[in-house]
Design a protein around this ligand. Structure first.
Ligand code: NAD
Ligand code: ZN
Ligand code: ZN
Length: 340
């Protein structure tokens, strides 16, 4: 099988021929149909974060494909079934976090495309208990972005406790943001969408944003305050300053939900305003298997629209450059059916 491999941080990925991986107990081998390009894969390939993967590794945690072989003990999946393999490749199932509905915080977790090989390959392994069945009617290329961009933003809105009639600011209308706008609308909120390119702002309006803010020329905090201030701000832009900007647009009692992970990211927050205004800062990391099941359920019911550009996996290096230049319509999805 072929796989796109990070051999060294900051270097182009290299396509390698590898033997098909053999599923161990509790695992399945999947023939990958589609793999989304999350900005996290770019951080992984560049070694951007304090906890780094170990090259060589295969990125990709928005993988969708068909189960090809069952490892020992796997009884609940069938060969030929379509499943999605998310960032949460496995968790221990026994710790405080796993047992209290917060498996995403498990200290023993293994992350797909980071701590084990991911979906930029024709075949991959997954732990069967964490491979999420994709409902009938949801295509592989739609399921892929939902597997990280979808579940992450759906969870961020849950964490923010968004309710109808609230104002939600979505900062960064990329792969994650274009779905965040839709989940906020589903929750009944009004949405202020913030970005730095005309195309992303147009897309946000097309997807139902009530207000668009161009961070290149508008004062984000002031515009939000002019609309009463945001009850929740979902920070998805890979830019430290964007976090502080959207935080300054919170109303009293508002919540800043940090999701994006810029390299060496730090934010200076004013203590006085944070205390007096009673605002909160919350980190939010992906979502649970149940969250992903709900994301798929909403999509199967026709409630969300995935905006993607379908490309062959051989375009991985130029695709990464295009994402970094902001020249992508929401999400790039590699279609493994397009060959090499
Ligand atoms: P993306 O590149 O598709 O989207 C980022 C968007 O931010 C782009 O539309 C870009 O134009 C916009 N942007 C850039 N500068 C801006 C600014 N100053 N103000 C407003 N918008 C600006 O990236 P993505 O795949 O959506 O991922 C976003 C971030 O979220 C990445 O850092 C990624 O690693 C992280 N992420 C976190 C989690 C989590 O669980 N916390 C999960 C997935 C991704
Ligand atoms: Zn991701
Ligand atoms: Zn655990």
């Amino acid at each position: 099988m072929k796989a796109a491999v990070v051999r060294a941080f900051g270097e182009p990925l290299v396509v390698e021929e590898r033997p098909d991986p053999e599923p161990g107990p509790g695992q399945v081998r999947i023939r990958v149909e589609a793999s989304g390009l999350c900005h996290t894969d770019i951080h992984a390939a560049r070694g951007d974060w304090p906890v780094k993967p170990n090259p060589p590794f295969v990125p990709g945690h928005e993988a969708v494909g068909l189960v090809e072989e069952l490892g020992d003990g796997v009884t609940h999946l069938t060969v030929g079934q379509r499943v999605a393999v998310p960032w949460l490749g496995r968790a221990c199932g026994r710790c405080e976090h796993c047992l209290s509905g917060w498996e995403t915080l498990c200290e023993q977790q293994i992350n797909t495309g980071y701590g084990c090989d991911g979906g930029y390959a024709e075949k991959m392994l997954a732990w069967a208990d964490f491979a999420q069945p994709v409902p009938p009617g949801v295509t592989a290329v739609d399921a892929a972005p939902l597997t990280c961009a979808g579940v992450t933003t759906y969870k961020a809105l849950k964490v923010a406790g968004v309710r109808p009639a609230q104002l939600v600011a979505v900062s960064g209308i990329g792969g994650l943001g274009h779905l965040a706008v839709q989940y906020a609308k589903i929750a009944g909120a009004s949405v202020a969408a913030i970005d730095v390119t005309d195309e992303k702002l147009e897309l946000a309006a097309e997807l139902g944003a009530d207000l668009v803010i161009d961070a290149r020329k508008d004062d984000v905090g002031r515009v939000l305050k002019d609309h009463g201030g945001a009850h929740a701000a979902i920070a998805l832009a890979v830019d430290d300053a964007a976090f502080a900007a959207v935080n300054s647009g919170l109303r009293r009692g508002g919540k800043l939900v940090m999701v994006a992970l810029p390299a060496h990211g730090t934010v200076r927050l004013p203590i006085f305003e944070t205390v007096l205004n009673g605002t909160s800062v919350i980190g939010s990391i992906v979502g649970t298997r149940q969250d992903l099941a709900e994301v798929f359920q909403l999509h199967a019911a026709g409630r969300t629209r995935v905006v993607h550009e379908i490309r062959p996996l051989r375009s991985v290096n130029e695709s990464i450059s295009d994402v970094l230049r902001g020249q992508v319509r929401a999400r790039i999805v590699f279609d493994l059916g397009m060959g090499w």
